[in-house]
Design a protein around this ligand. Structure first.
Ligand code: PEP
Ligand code: MN
Length: 337
């Protein structure tokens, strides 16, 4: 259910409704809008209580939400959500560009890539310190040492940092160092991790599972919002298909589909989406054109020697060329870079 407050409802009336919701053992999610505040209710079974809430002071109406996903839905919040990651807005008029290595490998590599992407105009730095690898023998990341290197790169370049937490226990550490917590494709339905991320004080970048439907993707986001963390950015990173020319199939059509039913911002990751260096720029351009709020790309100073995802990592020069292209495309779409 969604309690819609009157335009002139006072803070005390909004608070009163939230208390009435919580008193019944449900969770209240106040959603301020430009016109009026709405209060989402989760934890309830049906809508028997609707008349009770309807009669409270300041309430305009109580709406039944028809989808399984509530808090992520435009029914509950019509306006686009803007997520602030260390001072950078994702979901506004400006396209957000996240760039950096797949994995943090060394101080030199991290700082070299961070400086290069900053110089080219990236807004946010990515890099994995904990890597979810298919093989247990593959490089698993530097762990806390990697987080320290990311913090050092932020210190020097000013770029806020996004890095992945691969399990519940790891969130504390990632939260301490990072500006946003990434949840990877392989963990999109790790519900305890989603719940923990929902309690985190940092924004979450939620990547689409490699075989997840749109509904499953949004329901995973719903887990995070339901715990009270409304700062969620979705990320399309390709799904498994029979395609034999790319690592995954980048499902760009999910972007307008998400935009239609959810207020959450969505990034596109053409690196994992294609698995091929030469396809990263073309699909980044396409991502901007299709209405994504930005891109996340893997950049490496020596991609052929990268410890993970080298074949899909672009060089700093390629990244700079991509930024030039995006700068030309953005105004055509009514956006900036
Ligand atoms: C990554 O961003 O390096 C990563 C592991 O991505 P995904 O979870 O989309 O495979
Ligand atoms: Mn990667």
């Amino acid at each position: 259910m969604l309690v819609v407050m009157r335009q002139n409802a006072t803070p005390a009336e909004i608070e009163g409704v939230a208390r009435a919701i919580e008193a019944r053992g449900f969770k209240a999610h106040p959603i301020p809008g430009s016109q009026r505040t709405a209060i989402g209710i989760t934890g309830n079974r049906g809508s028997e209580e609707a008349p009770i809430f309807e009669s409270l002071p300041g309430v305009l109406e109580v709406i039944r939400v028809s989808h399984a996903y509530k808090l992520v839905s435009r029914e509950v919040k019509a306006e686009d959500t803007q997520v602030n990651i260390g001072g950078i807005t994702v979901g506004g008029a400006r396209l957000a560009v996240v760039a950096g290595p797949c994995a943090v490998e060394s101080r030199e590599q991290t700082l070299t890539v961070a400086r290069a992407v900053k110089q080219a105009g990236a807004h946010l730095l990515r890099g994995g310190a904990f890597k979810p690898r298919t093989s247990p023998y593959a490089f698993q990341g530097l762990g806390e040492e990697g987080l320290k290197l990311l913090a050092a790169a932020r210190e020097e370049t000013g770029l806020p940092v996004i890095t992945e937490a691969v399990d519940v226990d790891g969130v504390d550490l990632v939260e301490r160092y990072a500006d946003a917590i990434q949840i990877g494709a392989r963990n999109m339905q790790n519900f305890s991790l989603l719940r923990r991320a929902g309690k985190a004080g940092k924004p979450v970048i939620l990547k689409r599972g490699m075989s997840a439907t749109l509904e499953e993707f949004l329901m995973s986001a719903e887990y995070i919002l339901a715990e009270g963390n409304y700062n969620v950015v979705l990320c399309e990173r390709g799904v498994r298909t029979f395609s034999d020319f790319s690592r995954n199939t980048l499902d760009l059509s999910v972007v307008p589909a998400v935009k239609k039913i959810s207020h959450l911002p969505i990034l596109v990751d053409p690196s994992h989406g294609t698995g091929r260096r030469e396809k990263v720029a073309p699909l980044s351009r396409a991502a901007a054109a299709v209405g994504a709020d930005g891109v996340m790309v893997e950049v490496h100073n020596d991609p052929d020697r990268a410890l993970s995802d080298g074949p899909q990592s672009i060089t700093p020069d390629m990244f700079e060329a991509l930024m030039r292209e995006l700068r030309q495309i953005a105004p055509v779409l009514g956006r900036t870079l």
